[in-house]
Design a protein around this ligand. Sequence first.
Ligand code: AN7
Length: 403
Amino acid sequence: MRYALECVHCGRVFEDDSLVRCPECGGLLEVTLRYDEIDVDRSTFESRGLGVWTFRELLPVDEEPVTMSEGGTGLHPCDRLAEEVGVSSLQVKNEGENPTGSFKDRGMTVGVTKARELGAEVVACASTGNTSASLAAYAARAGIRCVVLLPAGKVALGKLAQALFHGAEVIPVDGNFDDALSVVKRLADEGLVYILNSVNPFRLSGQRTIAYEICLQRGWDVPDAVVVPVGNAGNISAIWQGFLDLYELGLIEDLPRMYGVQAEGAKPVVEAIRSGAEDIEPDPEPETVATAIRIGDPVNAVKALRAIRCSGGWAVAVSDEEILAAQRELATTEGIFVEPASAASIAGLRKFVDMGEIGGDEDVVCVTTGHGLKDPEIVMKTCELPEPVPPDPEVIAERIKGA
Ligand code: AN7
């Protein structure tokens, strides 16, 4: 086997793909690649089109994938914003360009392929929205029954529409994401459902391709810093592991520093980084306009703390006002429309630069995790729709000249 599952807590190693948590201590499992058994070099990947399955030798499945061409997202130079923020280079890895509009598709193509391989009859997740939209789509494609638990009234409209329309059984829960996730974990332990939250190690393997792609797109030149919004903390952990994989395989010569950004109203990871604590203190009442990261008890927190600390990075919290201002700035200065949670990475970058954590001469990649169309309601609150006028060229010409 070119991979195994390793417990993040007790370190035991397993070769049993049906596991989603350590059978010995209950801890999180992570896919560890056996680098000696993987025969790849830079040209293996350079000769293929860009996407998740470009890196199939590094993914823990051998079956035909359940796929919709996920990954292969743009890495957009943002020179005007770089100047504005005060860094010498800024690129945005825009994950909103995935099939269902978020980075979750990278994980689901791998996770749902594994679910099908295992013969799962029901796949399930708790979600702040994007995970449910992605799982609903991939489950539909695989022909597997899908159940999603959502915090009632707290999921952005576009995401809810996706989950419903792809035919998932949507169960709104009177509670927050953390409450919903603890229910799904329990049902998964009882064998009723196959869980596709970020406790699933196969899903997070797919998300490592964000790092793989960044390196390939930059000709294997590693950025100084990578800035990622943090909710359940799976993505920042997966991206860091992706860089480590390429480093261990000898495909890159450096590692980036990893920077996490949370919302002011949901910032347990930021507090732990600041205090030096080994684990987070859960926040029982997370609240933020960026509903995707409205999470108080991130399950992957320990891995994220390790990623941030081992890489020499840091974490900050940003206010809802800072998030919405960054969202607008990215849209108006660079043409990139992202959802509020994604804009947290831009708002956070500004803070890291102001704090001196990221230097003015550095080369930065911000990961924007979801498309702006996911949450049209939030942007329409701050946009004014002008009154209609007659279709009269003179009236409209006057309007244009007057502006
Ligand atoms: C746009 O959909 O947790 O730190 O249930 O949708 O890996 O959790 C979404 C998370 C960032 C945080 N940006 O990533 C869910 C869910 C967007 C997101 C995150 C999410 P993690």
